[in-house]
Ligand binder design. Sequence first.
Ligand code: G16
Ligand code: MG
Length: 215
Amino acid sequence: QIQAFVFDLDGVITDTAKFHFIAWQKLAQRLGFDIDHEFNERLKGVGRMDSLNLILQHGGVILTDEQKDKEAAQKNDEYVELIADMSAADLLPGAREALESVRGAGLKTALASASKNAPAILARLGISDLFDTVVDANLVVNGKPDPEIFLKAAAQLGVSPNACIGVEDAVAGVQSIKNAGMYAIGIGDARVLTRADAVIDGLHQFDVNRFIVKD
Ligand code: G16
Ligand code: MG
């Protein structure tokens, strides 16, 4: 019997990737190279420092740990400025309705995001009160595809992982859900999200009754 849904943030609830891209591109240009949208796809769901390392590798730039910390902090300052302008208009289609339908069915909701800015983004979107608990990158050691973030969400909800359904748009995120022993709903392309148990185009196609067992 399903008791809870655990949602990823970027690519599921809202599109923060476009803001990350702008801030990462500025960083790359400071260091003398460019990134494009195709490369940006590889950064989805990947934590801040791991993203920076991928970008530096892409540009063939080597930095000391101290320089990396400084660059990552500057990128984050720029990103924080960009998300300050977010509002309910930045919710992806069907996101609010999906959360409300899960809660309306008497189930719990959690957020599992690799972003340390996740609580601030939920506040900007006006949906903080639609989550029973939030697990962001500040609370976990191992990033997706490690199951830690989804397991922590289940623990904070007080629900067994096999009674949870995870919702993710990234390959590493779907792996994290499956590694946690949960049912996985993929958002995007079924040919890409091969480990997902079901795939939909977006939360506008989400129907809670399709996934919960009624008694
Ligand atoms: C998000 C994004 C990633 C980003 C990460 C860390 O993950 O998809 O591109 O690098 O968060 O964000 P921050 O620098 O704000 O801590 P998710 O899990 O919400 O899809
Ligand atoms: Mg995502």
